[in-house]
Ligand binder design. Structure first.
Ligand code: ATP
Ligand code: MG
Length: 444
């Protein structure tokens, strides 16, 4: 039997040449969340399957078709299809909800869903997301939406529409479900099998069906927004008012019901039409019933998640800026053992100072060493051979301009910052304002 060791369908490798794009999103996401007072949480990659049945909901696509459930010995687990369930589980299990409220956490994690792979839709994908637990106030909704908007702005994204809706609370939804059932009942036989079941168990999910037939049937279905109770209506009005006060544009889109069961009141999506059909880059909302459903007190909560791969698609498409990847600051090209040992000593010192310094690890001659330095994009090179060591002088070459600066290698030739050599190298580097220090600038 042929052995298949290829990457599974719907997964991706992120190569070293592209990883700086991920670093950019991760850094900006962390900075944004932290500037709103959110802290990072890290949760397991797999959870007990029941957690997702309970939270995401049995009538959702995720639970019905997309979960990766694995059996190890006698125990069954599911790879997380999203981050909210695990995060809320962790909050409950670790007593975070007994601490100062609101609790505000963010995460960057991989998710697993067995879907048909296509552009912007993978089987392993990554999310930056966050959850806020404890506040029922509409300020919290506005805060979370504005954080998402702020993140997209900081990433430099343009032309992303914010769509918002309210899907009410269990009180208003009871009336709405009746209306939906009455609307779809005459079409029962034409619906897809999943929707036949939804019609009984959870009619609102019908509106999120991707089948063209069900979509067409649902075109004129009653809208939840016309069934909101006074409290939900007032809440929605306040959220909209705060967004307007902050000049955050939005479109009220009564068709958004969201893919997961746990949402209540405000739901929202940030949508672009620039990357094809999978245009939702960020989605979220309020889920006031979830914590109770998972065995906690009644604690209202809300959050959102962005798909990192989709953000990257839009950023590439729009030519957004990324942080500069870190490159080799200085490469020591050496001839002979004595020079090699000096180079090893010098790199050690420079690295302690926060610079990226390298030397020959392949036993190559000077020429191929310089070729290598060029390939890796070294900003400076310094050739060290017997002559240089004897004369106590060497030339620091800036690769791009070819400019050379003579440097004295003094007697006390040690990896020590008092050393004249280091000070000179560092001076030259700083004066040139090497762009390679974008990531380490503050740490030096
Ligand atoms: P969709 O309608 O696109 O299937 P969803 O409602 O299933 O999305 P959520 O569960 O809300 O998605 O996940 C939040 C975000 O995660 C989405 O807006 C999207 O950016 C991203 N996302 C969801 N599923 C995938 C996937 N299979 N591959 C890549 N990104 C995804
Ligand atoms: Mg989906």
């Amino acid at each position: 039997m042929a052995i298949n060791i290829k990457r599974p369908n719907g997964t991706e490798d992120v190569l070293p040449k592209d990883v700086y794009k991920w670093h950019t999103i991760e850094k900006i996401a962390r900075d944004t969340a932290e500037s709103f007072g959110f802290s990072e949480i890290r949760i397991p990659t797999f959870e007990n399957t029941d957690l997702f049945l309970r939270s995401v909901g049995e009538t959702t696509d995720v639970v019905q078709k997309e979960m990766y459930t694995v059996k190890a010995k006698e125990t069954e687990f599911t790879l997380r299809p999203e981050g909210t369930a695990g995060t809320i589980r962790a909050m409950l299990q670790n007593g975070l909800l007994n601490e100062a409220l609101p609790q505000k956490v963010y995460y960057i994690l991989s998710c697993f869903r067995h879907e048909r792979p296509q552009a912007g839709r993978l089987r392993e994908f990554h999310q930056f997301g966050l959850e806020m637990a404890g506040s029922a106030a509409p300020t919290a909704d506005a805060e979370v939406i504005s954080l998402a908007k702020n993140l997209l702005d900081r990433l430099g994204l343009k032309n992303i529409e914010l769509h918002i809706n309210s899907i009410g609370c269990p009180t208003c939804r009871a009336e709405y479900h009746k209306a939906l059932k009455a609307y779809f009942e005459p079409h029962r036989e034409e619906l897809c099998d999943t929707c036949k079941e939804r019609l009984v168990k959870n009619p609102m999910r019908l509106l999120d069906c991707k089948s063209p037939i069900c979509k067409e049937i649902g075109k004129d279905a009653p809208l939840i927004i016309d069934y909101l109770c006074d409290e939900c209506k007032e809440h929605f009005e306040s959220v909209k008012k705060y967004l307007t006060n902050w000049s955050i544009d939005y479109i009220v889109d009564p068709k958004i019901v969201r893919g997961l069961d746990y949402y209540t009141k405000t739901v929202f999506e940030f949508i672009t039409n620039e990357i094809g059909a999978q245009g939702t880059v960020c989605a979220g909302g309020r889920y006031d019933g979830l914590i109770e459903q998972l065995g906690g007190q009644h604690v209202p909560a809300l959050g959102f998640a962005t798909g990192i791969e989709r953000l990257l698609l839009v950023m590439d498409k729009q030519g957004c800026d990324y942080l500069t990847p870190k490159k080799c600051d200085i490469y020591f090209a050496t001839m002979g053992d004595a020079a090699l040992e000096k180079a090893m000593e010098l790199t050690k010192g420079l690295r302690e100072y926060g610079y990226c310094a390298e030397y020959d690890l392949m036993g190559r001659g000077i020429k191929p060493q310089m070729k290598y330095a060029n390939k890796i994009g070294a900003v400076y090179t310094l050739v060290l051979g017997d002559n240089e060591l004897q004369e106590g002088k060497a030339k620091l070459k800036e690769m791009e301009s070819g400019k050379e600066t003579e440097i004295l290698l003094n007697d006390k030739f040690t990896a020590n910052f008092e050393n004249e050599f280091f000070n000179k190298v560092l001076d030259v580097m700083d004066a040139e304002g090497s762009p390679m220090f974008a990531f380490t600038g503050e740490d030096k």
